[in-house]
Design a protein around this ligand. Structure first.
Ligand code: NDP
Ligand code: OXD
Length: 316
């Protein structure tokens, strides 16, 4: 029996070496990294990370766009985005990576990593008061796939966990809050704020001085802490520095920044109470993600629905 021709996959990435992705996608599909000029009819699917703006607009047979990451702001910001389904990453290994990052940062702030590293540098032996996890409230802003996976691990460690989302997602053992109207209540009972929101027009710059000021500072860990592993565009960076300087924030861990790589002159690099990682909280791994993408392409070719679809109106 003659097999139906599979269309080609366009892989368009910026900022990392795509060889592994090409190898793995090539197991089932022909892969190109640039479309032929003049609207390439051979391309069925695009797999992208920060593709050049307008690149996808001229592809007449494009069926769907696959994001290499959980976040799709790099796709939705294309003003010439074709009207085809956009699929994002939801994967156990990504959730596991994010859970590890958040648990690591929460534990470090809670168990006074900043203070003990400073003491070690000065050969100071001074045991500090210790707060039980059950007295520390971790508030997760953005309570979706990654937020909920992270919440499960924090609950297991004994923390009090709160979750804030747009539509109100429930989870056993977690106090949940929905929408703008409940943001104040969510913040005022949160000691450690974990930001796992997508970047959309509604969340742009949401982490500003006014928001940080509403966190609970009079608490078991001696101040409010910010952890942002969502997107840099969620934060107003001068406001975070101001909050760190004037004590509104005790400490911060930031994995994402407005400009990446973080410029050498940024004060975050040298701030004694800021912990910086290079957008490394949860890396997309081709070995785990490509099989899921290929399975989706085959299913869609058979007329079955795609899953993990982006809601274009909500922008995530
Ligand atoms: P999801 O889409 O599963 O969850 C997003 C959550 O944010 C949902 O709970 C959603 O609410 C909530 N939300 C969105 N808009 C608003 C709003 N305006 N007000 C209140 N809540 C809102 O995404 P994931 O959990 O998979 O990923 C979250 C983000 O993490 C990604 O978009 C990406 O930016 C970032 N990320 C960062 C990585 C890193 O290495 N630093 C790696 C992977 C992802 P609702 O539940 O009501 O829809
Ligand atoms: C993602 C990311 O969105 O790596 O997956 O930031």
């Amino acid at each position: 029996m003659q097999q139906e021709r599979k269309g080609r996959v366009l892989l368009s990435t910026t900022g990392f070496e795509p060889d592994r992705w090409i190898d793995l996608l090539s197991a089932e599909r022909d892969v190109v990294t640039e479309p032929a000029p003049g609207g390439d009819p051979s391309i069925d699917y695009a797999v992208v990370w920060h593709h050049p703006r307008g690149l996808l607009a001229g592809l007449p047979n494009l069926k769907a766009i696959f994001s290499i990451g959980a976040g799709v702001d790099h796709i939705m910001s294309d003003p010439d985005l074709p009207d085809v389904p956009v699929v994002r990453v939801v994967a156990d290994n990504l959730s596991q990576f994010m859970t590890e990052y958040v648990a690591w940062r929460v534990l470090d702030h809670h168990r006074q990593g900043v203070a003990y590293r400073s003491q070690q540098a000065r050969s100071v032996w001074d045991e500090r008061p210790q707060a039980p996890a059950g007295e520390v409230a971790v508030g997760i802003m953005g309570f979706g796939a990654l937020g909920q996976a992270t919440a499960a691990a924090l609950l297991a460690l004994g923390y009090r966990v709160r979750g804030w989302s747009r539509t109100g997602r429930e989870m056993d053992g977690v106090e949940t809050f929905a929408g703008e109207a409940r943001l104040g209540d969510f913040l005022s009972g949160t000691d450690i704020l974990v930001v796992l929101l997508p970047h959309t027009p509604a969340t742009e710059g949401i982490v500003d001085y006014d928001l940080l000021r509403r966190l609970r500072r009079d608490n078991a860990i001696g101040g409010a802490v910010l952890i942002n592993a969502g997107r840099g565009a969620l934060q107003v960076e001068d406001d975070i520095l101001r909050a760190l300087d004037d004590g509104t924030l005790k400490e911060a861990s930031l994995d994402v920044f407005r400009e990446e790589p973080l410029p050498a002159q940024s004060r975050f690099w040298s701030h004694p109470r800021a912990f910086v990682t290079p957008h490394a909280a949860a890396a997309s791994d081709a070995v785990f993600l490509v099989p899921q993408m290929l399975a989706q392409m085959s299913a869609y070719d058979r007329g079955e629905p795609l899953w993990n679809l982006v809601d274009r109106d909500a922008g995530y």
